[in-house]
Design a protein around this ligand. Structure first.
Ligand SMILES: CC(=O)[C@@H](O)[C@H](O)COP(=O)(O)O
Ligand SMILES: NCC(=O)COP(=O)(O)O
Length: 237
């Protein structure tokens, strides 16, 4: 069964825009879990443009489903994750000034670095996932690092699907099939939405988790948070 992890970065974006504590990030995380979400995801970036390191600490005691913390494993991020010890850490190769996540890891070039980082997190009881493009070589490279899971970077699927190109799913299906064969768990995320999630899920064998934020928050502006969470859960059945 595919779990829905709600990425709450954009709630922090809205909160930070006025400098106060409205909307309250922790309350939003409690509410989406109450509405049925099976996880909460945050991406504390180095510039803290949205989720702050302190938010990640504050959320730890309030996330009773699965807590997924994403980021580039720079030292400050490593220290935060080892302090908070979330359910899962997802390693993302983002540049400090990236507008948003825009690429998966080159798991071959960075094999030794990723292997060392993953070993550190796993020895602290934290499940690991590596953000990758749906390239078979990168999937095999991810396996070699010892990671528990990969997260398929779904921006290219979402973009092409939105243009009517159904064949855009094919690399993702192949990547999931290989992952299943070699014992890698399959997560997915980035630009997934109510429009594309069912088609995506129906073509990805063994999909364990989707993390969705930007579209979910945007859709909630019109349809309401509880309604949107329930709509995602229905489409993921
Ligand atoms: C890794 C990924 O694709 C997203 O989880 C990322 O967290 C989005 O980051 P922004 O919310 O900063 O765009
Ligand atoms: N890992 C993807 C994620 O957490 C949310 O990405 P998006 O839905 O905000 O594009």
């Amino acid at each position: 069964m595919t779990k829905l992890s709600v990425n709450i970065n954009k709630i922090a974006t809205l909160r930070n825009s006025r400098g106060g504590n409205t909307p309250n990030v922790v309350q939003f995380a409690k509410d989406v879990q109450r509405f049925g979400a099976e996880g909460v995801t945050v991406h504390p970036r180095p510039d803290e443009r949205h989720i702050k390191y302190q938010d990640t600490r504050d959320l730890k005691s309030e996330v009773y489903t699965e807590f997924n913390v994403e980021g580039n494993p720079i030292q400050s991020f490593m220290d935060l994750v080892l302090e908070v010890k979330p359910t899962q850490v997802t390693l993302v190769p983002d540049a400090v000034d990236a507008l948003t996540s825009n690429a998966g890891w080159d798991t071959i070039t960075h094999k030794s670095f990723l292997t060392e980082v993953i070993s550190e997190f796993k020895s602290n009881g934290i499940r690991t996932s590596i953000f990758v493009d749906p390239e078979l070589q990168m999937i095999e490279g991810a396996k070699a690092t010892g990671t528990d899971r990969i997260e398929l970077y779904t921006e290219s699927f979402a973009h092409q699907y939105g243009l009517g190109d159904m064949k855009a799913i094919e690399p993702f299906t192949s990547a999931a099939e290989l992952s299943n064969e070699i014992g890698l768990g399959v997560n997915a995320g980035h630009d997934l939405s109510l429009d594309n999630i069912k088609f995506f899920k129906d073509h990805i064998p063994g999909l364990l988790e989707v993390s969705i934020g930007h579209a979910l928050v945007s859709e909630s502006l019109y349809l309401g948070v509880e309604n949107v969470v329930q709509m995602y859960l229905q489409k993921l059945k």
